[in-house]
Design a protein around this ligand. Structure first.
Ligand SMILES: N[C@@H]1[C@@H](O)[C@H](O)[C@@H](COP(=O)(O)O)O[C@@H]1O
Length: 237
């Protein structure tokens, strides 16, 4: 794993933006895998600026987001569709119909996961997959214990995850108990992976991800086996 040490979130976001721009400029029809959470917010801000400044165009880009809460519509301010529109898609020249996120309101969420997986397969491989890191080592919403070969699937969210994400809701009870997420098998097929990790509170888990055993108890540890992973972090790993 290639590790890039930065001093702060701005540096992290600038470096990450460079990876995104390189991917977009080197492919005819770039496919980006995107993440939510607070970590990539600044990166998305920079991408908007660069798009406005004419440094990059997203007109040929297709995106697949990692995950979505079950039971929330895209209009719900807590949904990941809403987050992506607000923090990126509404402000760049991307074609909205080429931005994919699982539908949290699908009547049959298992079926929705299958069709999401098919969409990814049909589009070819994801060129660059952005990832954040959960406090329990999750990537997407693949919680500890998730088999490494899982494709897009429905998950029950861990108490740790619901508590960590409760800051975005008015009360813990409002945090959905289930989500739809790309599986680790899906994520590992991306050609290149960029893991963004900021903040001392993730130091212990990041050290386990990088130096610990590859174990389903620490989902992100599987990244040790991917041939092209870069971690950008302010943590001394
Ligand atoms: N499902 C998302 C993850 O994809 C994200 O990586 C994680 C970390 O979020 P943050 O960047 O806010 O720490 O949060 C959520 O649980």
């Amino acid at each position: 794993m290639n590790i890039i040490k930065v001093n702060n979130n701005i540096e992290l976001s600038e470096k990450a933006a460079q990876f995104v721009l390189n991917t977009i400029s080197s492919k005819e029809r770039p496919i980006l895998g995107l993440a939510t959470g607070s970590t990539p917010e600044k990166l998305y801000e920079l991408l908007i600026d660069k798009n406005r400044a004419g440094e990059v165009s997203f007109s040929k880009v297709t995106t697949f987001n990692l995950d979505e809460y079950a039971g929330l519509s895209g209009e719900d301010p807590q949904s990941y569709r809403y987050f992506m529109n607000k923090h990126l898609f509404d402000h760049i020249d991307i074609k909205k119909e080429k931005t994919f996120i699982p539908n949290g309101l699908a009547l049959d969420i298992e079926e929705e996961c299958k069709s999401y997986e098919q969409l990814i397969e049909q589009s070819g491989s994801i060129d660059l997959q952005l990832l954040g890191l959960g406090l329990n080592g999750h990537i997407g919403f693949n919680e500890p214990g998730t088999p490494f070969d899982k494709r897009t699937h429905v998950v029950a969210l861990d108490a740790v995850t619901r508590e960590a994400n409760a800051r975005f809701f008015s009360h813990l009870d409002e945090v959905p108990t289930q989500a739809l997420t790309m599986g680790i098998g899906t994520i590992m097929e991306a050609k290149q992976i960029l893991l963004l990790v900021i903040g001392e509170k993730k130091a212990d888990i990041l050290k386990q991800v990088v130096h610990g055993d590859v174990s389903e108890n620490v989902p992100a540890s599987i990244l040790q086996r991917h041939p092209n992973v870069t971690i950008i972090t302010d943590i001394d790993v």
